[in-house]
Design a protein around this ligand. Structure first.
Ligand code: A2P
Length: 340
């Protein structure tokens, strides 16, 4: 008989929470029971999952006994606040926030790229930043061809990267602007409707935003290349779902474009668009692969390549990657908290 698990989702009413529910069902994840948690704001409401109506519980008041595997997507503060309680009852946590990603003892995993990191887990596993996730399989493929020397990534990130409230703000702003009214701005630093914003997160002393620093630090950790030169500019664009990244990569050694094409074509989780095809956000919504297009040599340097990478930030950039991590844990018999 195959084993199934008692699952909990913290942040179940959010944009990623909703996607977690969809992907769990789609992938026929071995669920014995499913419990949904959020704040007192939505406690008592119900969400439908397969043929069940499941009540959302207030995480503050919930008895967590019995939960074996928990997905967190309620923001970094909630992750820090509630991780201890889940670990105490022996649950393994897959955390979608940045709360623990850079802690040395916490594996930061994209299953197609560094599944071996899961073997060291102590109950907490981090799901990387959405824009970071979608670059990892293409970058690993390029690294295997000729070694990564320097990566320059410019992102085009959708409003759902800021959760359901981000999408709601963009929708409300679009309606107001079309009515020649002043739109409200709360989630984003400036009006997003009909504009682009080259600031995601807050500014660090370096001048980078924390989103840009996340991409730099997380890429190095996942690829096990602590010295990798990475430069990022993260831009919010007025789309709802799907992030795109313009990626410029310098490689250590010479290569043929045929070798690069082959490597990307065979990279797990990557869909390479050929000829002059290229993916937009519309193409990737609802998809789990990372789509690559506009692949071409960068003739301004010795060993350079340019590519365009698009993915569904709520799926591969969040829910799907988290569930793939859980599937990997099951496969490796690692759904347990090792205390020493
Ligand atoms: P709630 O519906 O109770 O506000 P999104 O990223 O789409 O904005 O969703 C955030 C998710 O995280 C929601 O499910 C939200 O629940 C939940 N959440 C936010 N803050 C907390 C908190 N302090 N405790 C528990 N859940 C929280």
């Amino acid at each position: 008989m195959s084993i199934s698990y008692n699952i909990g989702i913290l942040g179940a009413t959010g944009a990623v929470g909703e996607e977690l529910l969809t992907v769990l069902a789609e992938r026929d994840f071995p669920v014995k029971s499913l419990r949904l948690f959020a704040s007192e704001r939505s406690a008592g409401t119900s969400l439908s999952w397969q043929d069940q109506q499941i009540k959302v519980e207030d995480i503050e008041k919930a008895d967590l006994n019995g939960i074996q595997l928990a997905f967190f997507s309620a923001g970094g503060e909630a992750s820090k606040r509630y991780a201890g309680r889940f670990l105490e009852v022996g649950a393994v946590i897959i955390d979608n926030t940045s709360a623990f990603r850079m802690e040395a003892a916490v594996p930061l995993v994209v299953p197609e790229v560094n599944p071996e990191a899961l073997e060291q887990h102590r109950g907490l596993i981090a799901n990387p930043n959405c824009s970071t996730i979608q670059l990892m399989a293409p970058l690993k493929a390029l690294h295997q061809v000729a070694g990564l020397k320097r990566v320059v990534a410019s992102t085009y990130q959708s409003s759902s990267g800021a959760g359901r409230k981000g999408m709601d703000e963009l929708r409300d702003q679009v309606i107001k602007v079309l009515r020649f009214e002043d739109p409200n701005t709360k989630v984003f630093p400036r009006r997003l409707a009909f504009d682009v914003i080259p600031q995601i997160g807050s500014f660090e002393d370096s001048g980078d935003t924390n989103e840009e620093e996340k991409m730099i630090n997380e890429s190095r950790k996942i690829l096990s290349l602590p010295e990798l030169k990475v430069s990022t500019t993260c831009v919010r664009v007025p789309t709802f779902i799907g992030h795109c990244v313009s990626l410029n990569v310098e490689l250590e050694q010479g290569f043929t474009m045929d070798e690069i094409n082959q490597a990307l074509e065979h990279a797990e989780g990557v869909l390479l668009c050929t000829d002059n095809e290229w993916p937009s956000t519309v193409d990737v919504v609802g998809q789990d692969d990372v789509w690559v297009g506009r692949l071409r040599r960068d003739r301004s340097v010795d060993n350079g390549v340019n590519l365009w990478v698009a993915a569904d930030n709520l799926r591969k950039g969040a829910a799907t990657n988290a569930i793939q991590i859980a599937e990997c844990l099951i496969q490796k018999d690692l759904v347990q908290v090792k205390l020493s």
